[in-house]
Design a protein around this ligand. Structure first.
Ligand code: PLP
Length: 381
């Protein structure tokens, strides 16, 4: 599809996001913008609560959780039985990793570019014998496959890293990494929070064992809901010690005498889900599906390259991957005082974000090159 058509696509959907009436929004990697249809979904949730009270669970809300699992499964090319809901990536990690046996293989390989909650989770298990190796990044953009290859050994249980680094927007070769891990008898856990919704992600093609993501960012679903994928053949090999009544075979039997975990990935569900987010997430994921993930990737890639070129043209330094194929919609513009720069952007009506040493701009399919120009104009001014 030529870029002009993709631009029309943006125009068609942009009106659904009221934030653009008052601001230039370039911060999807922190929080996706609220679509009208997600706000309506929230109203629908409140109406059901108001009208039905607890009966809404049986008449509507449990079915809505099924819809979200099914939408997630379609998004990543999995079966719904391989998916589960969680309150956050941190909670999803807690339950899934509690089912992994580390006694013979105590090592976990991760990187300093990964989101800290992943690294913290394993560091906190030091007393339980888990050895966490945090690979360093020489360029603060990515970690080469060779560095993983050198670190993964016969004592390694797990490689746990991101599909897209929140720190640089670089897209990792997860298929290559999963292959490496498997050749050495380890599993591959991927934090896909910054990739699902902006890149095509197929869990089977990537060959990952566990994939975690959430509704908050590129899936436009709001805060309070993470999504777990566990490869079908792995599910029953993992017996989590962190469990809940949502993860058992006959949940509504309330049997306190035996624990029979579900045979599907829902054994990893942790308690009552945040139903308002189930509603907003369902609407956000429907929108992503309607637009089409292939088109979204092409549009976001075009906007990313446009941002990078505008930054370069003004002499700004971009910290990012080397090629358009390995760049994603997170553009880090180096800045000596990023907090002050984000404040200036805010005063000019541009909502962005910063991380140490850089301003972070993240366009989604609803952005335009005019948005990019507004942000770069302020940063270069
Ligand atoms: C890559 C990545 N992983 C995880 C998180 C957060 O995880 P949690 O759901 O535990 O807050 C974020 C950002 O909020 C992130 O960017």
């Amino acid at each position: 599809m030529p870029d002009a058509d993709l631009y029309e696509l943006t125009e068609q959907y942009r009106a659904e996001f009221p934030i653009f009436r008052s601001a230039t929004y370039l911060n999807t990697c922190s929080l996706g913008a609220l679509a009208e249809r997600s706000r309506k979904a929230l109203d629908q949730f409140a109406d059901l609560w108001s009208r039905w009270g607890a009966s809404a669970w049986y008449e509507h809300w449990l079915a809505a959780t099924d819809d979200v699992r099914a939408a997630f499964a379609r998004l990543i090319g999995a079966d719904a039985a391989e998916t589960a809901l969680a309150p956050s990536i941190s909670a999803a990690l807690s339950t899934v990793v509690s089912g992994i046996e580390f006694s013979e293989r105590p090592r976990v390989i991760t990187t300093e570019l990964d989101f800290p909650t992943v690294v913290y989770h394993f560091l906190a298990r030091r007393e339980l014998g888990v050895e966490t190796v945090v690979l360093e990044s020489a360029d603060r953009v990515s970690v080469p496959l060779e560095a993983f290859a050198a670190a993964i050994d016969e004592r390694t249980a797990l490689v746990a890293t991101s599909h897209v680094y929140y720190t640089s927007g670089a897209i990792q070769d997860i298929a290559g990494l999963a292959r490496l891990a498997h050749e050495r008898g380890a599993w591959c856990l991927v934090d896909a929070y910054q990739s699902t919704g902006q890149l095509p992600v197929n869990a089977r093609e990537l060959g990952v064992d566990i994939l975690l993501t959430g509704a908050l960012k590129w899936l436009l679903g709001g805060a309070g809901l993470a999504l777990t994928y566990v490869r079908g053949s792995l599910i029953e090999r993992l017996r989590p010690s962190v469990v809940s009544w949502f993860g058992v075979e006959d949940q509504f039997a309330f049997d306190p005498h035996r624990l029979t975990l579900r045979r599907d990935a829902r054994r990893f569900e942790l308690g009552t889900p945040a139903v308002p987010t189930v509603y907003t997430a369902r609407a956000g994921m429907e929108l992503v599906e309607e637009v089409g993930i292939g088109k979204i990737r092409r549009r976001v890639s075009a906007l990313t390259e446009d941002l990078v070129e505008r930054a370069w043209a003004r002499g700004l330094r971009v910290r990012g991957a080397a090629t358009p194929q390995t760049r994603s919609g997170i553009v880090m513009i180096e800045h000596p005082e990023p907090a002050a720069a984000v404040h200036r952007l805010m005063e000019a009506g541009v909502i962005a974000d910063f991380r140490p040493g850089a301003v972070r701009l993240s366009p989604h399919f609803y952005n335009t090159t005019d948005d990019n120009e507004r942000a770069i104009g302020v940063l270069a001014g």
